[in-house]
Ligand binder design. Structure first.
Ligand code: FAD
Length: 374
């Protein structure tokens, strides 16, 4: 039998990821009482690196959250096969390299400070009554006035709002790993070419290197972050890359593999009392490093418009759609082969000499956007 609990908070947030915790803090800062429901028993060391750009960093500052981070000095594109530099784009202030677990723990600490109730080890098994009732794993039903679905791309909330919306396999799989290093420049390196690419950057005290490596494949069924793989598969995929990358991959001991799905933005973000944010609203391919940044923006902007979710969605969608489209096209550019790769890299090298800041200037609309100003 399902027991019923009393209405505890103004807002219930489903999921204690970056989107959910940021939303909880932003709502609490506006005087709302907030409960966050999270299936994990503890917010432990899950995930790997994240790049926080100025657009996301402004939200963290507004929330009063200061995670441990490394300042990122540049984005450095390197020809994966020859190992030669293609373009090194210097970054201004506000670009940070952060371990996902450090960001989660800083957000959770801040949530506790502002009075958010966090219920760990509690899985939502169903959403009912137009988003006003949650069924929980411990056989209780929890009523809520407002539900924020921040439970990710494959969560219950997304299925509740848009049950028929499915993603399609992009033809790419990604490995992630962390390897110890002695020294590494404080920059994000993108080693590209020949149907694959590898992004790496240092984390924490600079003695750990975060690696995400992407390869094109014809078939894959699994999504999700936690499937382990044999590091030999990763090494084999990048066997044609230059020696420094091969040496780096020789040191990988544990690796996770997942299939990259392109869902596009979820067609609608609100049904009844439930509104989606973060990956639930717009699962984001990793090729623009904006998944966490967009989630932070969602949280702050929705908290300010909680009584007008339709207005929030109308204002928010164009920016999200643009970011998703750029992430998708970056994958194509990183994977060029043969003559296209040589020509593309040649053009970038010329640009590097004439105007090294021009490439990143194309993203001013993304990084300079300030959702805290409105
Ligand atoms: C395990 C994991 C590792 C990741 N690692 C990286 C990384 O290394 N690099 C990177 O760029 N991005 C990573 N991401 C993604 C990145 O964090 C997101 O793109 C971004 O932060 C926005 O995510 P989100 O908060 O919307 O959703 P998510 O990060 O997916 O968080 C959703 C939360 O909801 C919880 N949840 C889901 N279903 C239920 C349920 N039924 N009941 C209760 N709780 C539920 C999940 O446990 C999770 O904590 C990772 C995500 C996850 C879940």
């Amino acid at each position: 039998m399902i027991a019923s609990a009393v209405l505890a908070s103004d807002v219930t947030v489903l999921g204690a990821g970056i989107a959910g915790l940021a939303m909880a803090v932003a709502c609490a800062q506006r005087g709302r009482s907030v409960t966050v429901i999270e299936q994990a028993a503890a917010l432990t060391d899950i995930g790997a690196g994240l790049q926080i750009a100025p657009n996301g960093g402004r939200v963290l500052a507004a929330l009063g959250v200061t995670p441990r981070a490394i300042a990122s000095r540049a984005v450095h594109v390197i020809d994966g096969v020859s190992g030669k530099s293609v373009i090194r784009m210097p970054l201004g202030p506000g670009f940070r390299l952060i371990h996902r677990a450090d960001l989660i723990s800083a957000l959770a600490d801040r949530a506790a400070d502002v009075g958010v109730t966090l219920r760990l080890d509690t899985r939502v098994t169903d959403i009912a009554d137009g988003g006003r009732a949650l069924h929980l794993s411990e056989d209780t039903a929890m009523p809520t006035a407002r539900l924020i679905g921040a439970d990710g791309a494959r969560g219950r909330a997304r299925a509740f709002v848009e049950p028929d919306h499915r993603g399609a396999f992009t033809g790419q799989v990604a490995w992630r790993a962390i390897v110890p290093v002695d020294q590494w420049p404080a920059e994000a390196q993108i080693h590209t070419g020949n149907g694959r690419h590898l992004v790496c950057y240092p984390l924490r005290d600079g003695r750990a290197l975060n690696i995400v490596a992407v390869e094109e494949r014809t078939a894959w069924t699994e999504a999700g972050w936690s499937h382990t793989d044999d590091p030999a598969h990763l090494r084999a995929a990048f066997a044609g890359y230059a020696t420094p990358i091969r040496r780096l991959l020789d040191r990988v001991e544990t690796v996770h593999l997942w299939g990259l799905m392109d869902h596009g933005a979820t067609p609608r973000w609100t049904r009844g009392a439930c509104t989606l944010i973060g990956d639930a609203a717009h699962p984001t391919l990793p090729f623009l490093a904006q998944g966490a940044n967009l989630a932070l923006e969602d949280a702050l902007t929705l908290a300010a418009m909680l009584d007008d979710p339709a207005g929030w969605e109308a204002a928010r969608r164009p920016r999200v759609a643009r970011a998703l489209a750029v992430a998708r096209s970056n994958a194509r550019n990183y994977h060029l082969s043969g003559a296209k790769r040589i020509l593309g890299h040649g053009a970038l090298r010329t640009l590097n000499v004439i105007r090294p800041t021009a490439m990143l200037g194309r993203y001013d609309w993304l990084y300079n956007h300030d959702v805290t100003a409105g």
